[in-house]
Design a protein around this ligand. Structure first.
Ligand code: FCB
Length: 487
């Protein structure tokens, strides 16, 4: 059998995010909603969050050079996906910086124009030492030959935009309401413009937003209430989804405008959005209610956001029909690629309950091969969602996350190879997959679940900060270096 090769120029990398890896060495970044959220006594006592703290993390802020070297030398990678922390760059509000905001007839933000004068003010407001540190990180990646995919928003919002505790305790009265406020969209456009201006000579590949659906679902449609601000209301979920969709568009435009230098020979700025697409199935395929529930969940969780951001279809009542007033094509600004995160298959089960019956579903507990998180290992799902996303949206795709919580290091190696087999299958099916980023380079702070979930290709001792390769590391290195699967 001929070896399964990947296309020339395929990007092999790992993914990390600022909040999850930076702290542990150097200055903590204490100015975000997530920082406040995981420190809140009430959240810890009620089990919304684990009680683990990000300042005990792996310390990438200081140790980045050795981690990037590991990615290059020990994993044979040619790329890396990382994010920058909005609240480090703008510890103080950018709201006083005047920009022109264009609205459509219904009050939706249709464009944010960051001009030269506004940019000058943003430069004055930005924290110079944070920007310098990010420039050092990105330069180091470049020096090592790692193409960077830069995520602008991987979840923490500056506190001056979101007070998650005030929202949790009474969202109506709260003053800073994060993604529920259109104002956050305006500030995101400024931040994106600034990032492209300040870092654009070192970056060509951008992801505007990471997993808008997870931000909206776990923040606004969750019984455990584990993500800020811990609410459970379908209306708020959709309001956040809508603003995160408009936010992608305004940021897309600003990055294109302000990134004027190419760093890799790729186009100056290739800009996409990262979505998580899981494989959903009815728990009992013979039960019509489970079938309907699975279809609804797939529509709401996999499809809704891409329909809105790429097509301007904002199905605000989730009935699956785009009415004339839900068609907002003027809000679509572009999306050069889809970043696709894939982890697992969920079996959806209808349950009896109150309220809108469509939301009465649960995910059946994992019964097959399960990760420490209780996520089923189901590699075939990756090929399925890659085909689905490409057929429907016709964009090049990067697999921007895929990985497993496996503290004992007994499943990761198979997980990696089996998913890459499926990815290769998708390429054979004709899907233009351009790269693969494994989650994650190093163990890190897994949001509400803290340090129990170990996703790293390198284990991290959070006390000593020592890194140790897992069994999957040498295999990944072989695959990346040879650009093909092992025989
Ligand atoms: C994704 C997130 C990432 C990490 C993995 C396990 O949903 O994007 O930050 O937490 O899950």
């Amino acid at each position: 059998m001929s070896p399964k090769r990947f296309p020339d120029g395929f990007l092999w990398g790992t993914a990390i995010s600022a909040f999850q890896v930076e702290m542990g060495r150097g200055e903590p970044s204490a100015g975000s909603d997530w920082y406040m959220w995981v420190h809140d006594e009430e959240n810890i006592a009620s089990g919304r969050v684990s009680g683990d703290l990000p300042e005990d993390g792996p310390g990438f802020w200081t140790l980045y050079a050795e981690d990037l070297r590991r990615a290059r030398e020990e994993l044979g990678n040619n790329a890396v996906r990382l994010s920058i922390d909005w609240s480090r760059i703008f510890p103080m509000s950018t709201q006083p910086v005047e920009v022109e905001v264009e609205r459509d007839g219904r009050g939706n933000i249709a464009r944010v124009d960051v001009d030269e004068e506004a940019m000058q003010r943003l430069r004055e407001l930005a924290d110079g030492s944070a920007v310098r540190r990010y420039r050092q990180m990105l330069s180091e990646a470049r020096r090592l030959g790692l193409t960077v995919m830069l995520t602008l928003y991987h979840w923490p919002l500056p506190l001056w935009l979101h007070d998650p505790i005030a929202c949790r305790d009474g969202v109506e009265a709260a003053a800073r309401r994060g993604w529920l406020d259109q104002g956050t969209v305006v500030e995101f456009a400024k931040y994106a413009a600034f990032a492209a201006d300040a870092l654009g000579d070192l970056v060509d590949l951008y992801a505007t937003i990471n997993e808008p659906r997870i931000v909206s679902e776990h923040g606004y449609l969750s019984e455990r209430g584990e993500f800020p601000p811990g609410l459970n209301d379908p209306k708020l979920f959709l309001a956040a989804m809508k603003n995160l969709s408009i936010a992608h568009g305004v940021a897309y435009e600003q990055v294109k405008r302000w990134d004027r230098a190419s760093s890799t020979g790729l186009r100056t700025a290739t800009v996409g959005v990262v979505v998580v697409l899981q494989y959903y199935e009815p728990d009992n395929p013979a039960d019509e209610r489970d079938v309907a529930a699975a279809r609804f969940v797939e529509y709401m969780f996999n499809e809704w956001y891409l329909n809105s951001a790429l097509r301007g279809d904002y199905d605000m009542n989730l009935d699956g029909v785009i009415q004339p007033e839900e068609q907002l094509p003027h809000l679509v600004k572009g999306c050069d690629f889809i970043g696709l995160n894939y982890y697992t298959r969920w079996r959806v089960r209808h349950v009896e309950g109150e309220g809108d019956p469509r939301f009465n579903f649960v995910f059946a507990p994992c019964s097959g091969d399960c990760s420490d998180f209780g996520w089923e290992i189901y590699p075939q799902g990756l090929r399925h969602v890659l085909n689905w996303a490409f057929k429907r949206f016709r964009r090049p795709i990067y697999v921007t996350e895929n990985g497993i919580a496996d503290a004992r290091d007994v499943m990761r190696e198979c997980y990696l190879v089996d998913h890459l087999e499926q990815l290769h299958g998708a390429i054979e099916d004709g899907v233009p997959v351009r790269g693969y980023f494994h989650w994650s380079l190093i163990d890190n702070f897994e949001w509400a679940d803290g340090y129990r979930m170990r996703f790293g290709l390198f284990k991290v001792d959070m006390e000593t900060k020592e890194r140790t390769p897992t069994k999957a590391a040498p295999i990944y290195r072989e695959i990346a270096t040879e650009n093909r699967l092992p025989e």
